[in-house]
Each structure stands twice: as C-alpha cells, then as structure tokens.
Design a protein around this ligand. Structure first.
Ligand code: URP
Ligand code: ZN
Ligand code: ZN
Length: 459
C-alpha cells in the first residue's frame, strides 16, 4: 500500500512549506518536491490545502460508567467522529472507580477498545485508591505501555483520591517515570457547597457552577502543584477552566515545578450562561469544572497562544438528553460532561486561527504536537517527518459548514456547539497510511486503530 500526497502546504508546529509526501505502507518515507510514485499508489491532490499532522485529543471518555449511567459512545462511534474531525489518535481516561480492581478495570477498558476503534488510541490510567496491591498493579500496567496516570481530586468516594493517596501515587509515578494527569477541584468543598445549595432549594443546573466556584478549582490546582513540588513528580492539569487556577499552575511553573496545563474546548467557547438556560437546555451544559464566566475566555486564548496552556483536549463525554434529565430535580444528579471530539479541530481552527487568536503553528502544537511530546508519542505521532506514522490531515480552508446534531457522528442526541459556523475542515484523513476519511466522509476500515505503547520518560 503506498500513497502520494501532492502539492499541499505542510504545516507542523515549527515549519511551513510546500512539498509532496510519499507514504510506504504505514510510514512517511519521503518528503520533497515533485516526488514520483509507483503506478499502483493512491495519489491525493492537496493543492490549495493545508497538510497537518494527525491531531491528538489528550482527554476523552468513551467507555465511562459514571453517575449511575454510561457515556453514550462506543469506540466505533467515537473514533469515526474523531477522524471526520481530523483527530487520528485519542487518549482515553481508563477510569475504574474506588470499588473496582485497577487491573481488572484496565483489562476491561482495553477490551472495549480492542478491534473497535478506527483511529489509534492509548489510555491515561486512573488511580482511584491506593491500597496494598496498587503499586504492583500500576507497575504492570506501565510495563504494558501505559506511561501516564490520572487522579481526581474531585468526585469524593467514587473516583476521588485523598491527599495521602495523591502523595503515594505521585511517589510511585516518579519512581516509574510516568506523568500524572489530575482533575483539580477540592472534593470536600464541592460536597459541602452542593449540600448547602440543595438544602436551600437551589436545585437547577445554574447552581452547578456556584457549587464548584473558581476558587475551589484554584485550590485543587495549587495543592496538586505543591504535591508535585514535594515529590519531584511531573504533572498535567486537565481541563483547567479559569484565571485563578491558571495563576496557581503558572506560579508553580515559575518556581520550577514540572507542571503542564490542558484546557478543553468548551472552556474556550461556552460560558456559564449556557447552564442557566431553561428546561432541559441548561442540563446539557453541566460539566466539571463548570463552564465559567466569559471573562475567562480572552485570558485562556491568550495563555494558549503564549504556550502557558500546553494542549487543547475535549473531555469528550456524551450523555444524551434523557440521561441529563436524571438531574432535573437536583443538579448534583446530572451526569457531568459535554461531547466535543468531532468538533475540536474545526472550532479551534475557526475560532483560534481564523479569528487571529492563534498562529497556525501554535494551533498544530496545541492540538497535536505538544500532547505527542508530553505523553511519549513523539515523533511517531504529532509531526510530519520521514519515519513518522503517516497520520495526515489534508485540511481545506475553503470548506464551510455549520455544526449540527443532524450531521454528527458522535452517538448523542445533541451537540453543545450546535449552530456554530466552521470555516475550514478536513477533507482527507489518513491513519498509518490508510485513507480513513475522503471528501469529509468516513470511508475507512473500522477497527484499524491500534493501542499505542508508550515508554516512561519522566525520571
Ligand atoms: O464533566 C466532566 N468533565 N465529565 C467527565 C469526567 C471528568 O471529570 O473528566
Ligand atoms: Zn475531570
Ligand atoms: Zn475527563
């Protein structure tokens, strides 16, 4: 199988030039002008188009038992949605809860994905408790190619770890050379504020944000940073949503703490007024950390362009309208999460690059290269270079469309970005040399995706 991509404008995190790309089997083997190809090669004309490295979503949920129900996607639906939207690799949160066995959970999450994903994938391994067998089990999982952990400071008694468990996890992470990703909200404060609001009859989705205000996230972020500082471990704050939390992370970084920051798509584009909408509409916009006051948007965009925010993920987590309605009588029962895997790249390009908030290079870096580097996938993923996997997005900046639930591939009955205009989107997407999307449509092989083995590097 060989593929020649002709006449495109290649854009990586640090270069931009016109050239052809030749792919032999799964790998980029030549880049240059006027390349020739064997007669049987698939030839794709990329004139007038950008040629980007396949995009990487560092934070998604596909299989997720949570708040009494299950997120709606399968790996088949999530990966097809990802590919149509230009994402060729995703990192799923493997999330056994406190009552589950970690190793059994890992095997279960792996079995859900195996043979079902159309794009490549790997996992962040959640540590939801730290007991006698944890060290041995996590060591085995890291040896199996999973070189990142996930901890939740929120979700008390379910996914959440206490400070002692966070400490033990970080000590082990340092010993094993893996990076620890963290959901940073103070679980105790959230629980207290939730009870007090509900007792006072404040039960609608508009009270979700006041139950976990910015200061609660800032505290969690600061505490995580302090634990990193005192264990020597490397950390990554997931879905950071607001200025006070960003200030805590950056203050730690300026002291030399190895801490990185992810913000997810909804926090750049949506604000807390969405959860204040009446009827079922407001329920759709409940996620944690919550959608914030819109004054944060400019701060987050600017931090992203400057590299203070490292990556943009989605925290893709689809619950449908009837699942969201489980929390009609109390916001504490609304399954948290908003889908986004299909729309991340297009919206980041439209609202970031087209609006002058992001350079093309920062766009590629934040949506692909940085995640590849942080999570041990570079240079196999995250760039266009000889020897890299041929995960390529041919992106047509002239294509126009409007986001709609009617055309999405995500398995859900709403889209949180409904009606937003897209200025540019992928036309052809390849995964390890195989065209999986052509003319914006999935034409590929279901189950082509592979579990990516990653080595520990943070010693
Ligand atoms: O609201 C969210 N983010 N749902 C998914 C679970 C998590 O916290 O990542
Ligand atoms: Zn989270
Ligand atoms: Zn998440």
């Amino acid at each position: 199988m060989s593929l020649l991509i002709r006449n495109g404008e290649i854009v990586t995190s640090d270069s931009r030039y016109r050239a052809d790309i030749f792919v032999d089997d799964e790998t980029i083997t030549r880049i240059g002008r006027d390349l020739d190809a064997p007669p049987h090669a698939d030839v794709v004309d990329a004139s007038g188009k950008f040629v980007f490295p396949g995009f990487i979503d560092p934070h998604v949920h596909v299989y997720l038992p949570f708040m009494g129900t299950f997120a709606k996607d399968t790996h088949e639906t999530a990966s097809i949605a990802a590919l149509v939207g230009g994402t060729t690799t995703y990192i799923e949160m493997c999330c056994p809860n406190r009552n589950d066995d970690a190793l059994e959970g890992y095997q279960l999450w792996k079995s859900k994905a195996e043979g079902n994903s159309a794009c490549d994938y790997t996992f962040h391994m959640a540590v939801s408790k730290f007991v006698g067998e944890t060290e041995g089990q996590l060591t085995e999982i890291v040896r199996d190619g999973i070189s990142s952990f996930k901890i939740f400071l929120a979700y008390k008694n379910f996914f959440g770890v206490d400070d002692a468990e966070m400490f033990q996890t970080l000590v082990l992470a340092k010993k094993l050379g893996v990076i620890t990703t963290a959901h940073c909200e103070n679980a105790e404060l959230v629980a207290r504020l939730q009870s007090s609001l509900v007792e006072r009859g404040h039960t609608g989705p508009e009270w979700h944000e006041p139950s976990r205000p910015e200061s609660v996230e800032a505290e969690g972020t600061g505490r995580f940073a302090t634990f990193l500082e005192n264990t020597g471990a490397t950390g990554y704050v997931v879905h950071l949503s607001c200025q006070p939390a960003l200030e805590r992370a950056l203050a730690a970084k300026s002291r030399g703490v190895p801490i990185f920051v992810e913000t997810v798509l909804p926090h750049f584009l949506l604000d807390k007024t969405y959860a204040e909408r009446s009827g079922v509409e407001g329920l759709k916009y409940v996620m944690s950390p919550p959608l914030r006051d819109s004054r944060n948007h400019d701060i987050l965009w600017s931090a992203l362009q400057q590299g203070f925010i490292d990556t943009v993920g989605t925290d893709h987590c689809p619950f449908d309208t009837s699942q969201k309605t489980m929390g009609r009588d109390a916001f504490t029962q609304i399954p948290n999460g908003i889908p986004g895997i299909e729309d991340r790249v297009n919206l980041l390009y439209t609202c970031g690059v087209r609006r002058g908030r992001l350079t093309l290079h920062r766009f590629v870096e934040a949506a692909s290269t940085r995640a590849a580097k942080l999570f041990g996938l570079f240079p196999r993923k995250g760039t266009i270079a000889v020897g890299s996997d041929a995960d390529i997005v041919i992106f047509d900046p002239e294509l126009r469309s409007t986001i709609s639930v009617a055309t999405q591939h995500v398995n859900n009955d709403y889209n949180g970005f409904e009606g937003m205009a897209i200025e540019g989107r992928p036309s052809v997407v390849t995964v390890r040399g195989k065209v999986q999307v052509r003319d914006g449509k999935f034409v590929g092989e279901r189950g082509r995706g592979k579990l990516l083995r990653r080595e520990p590097v943070y010693f």
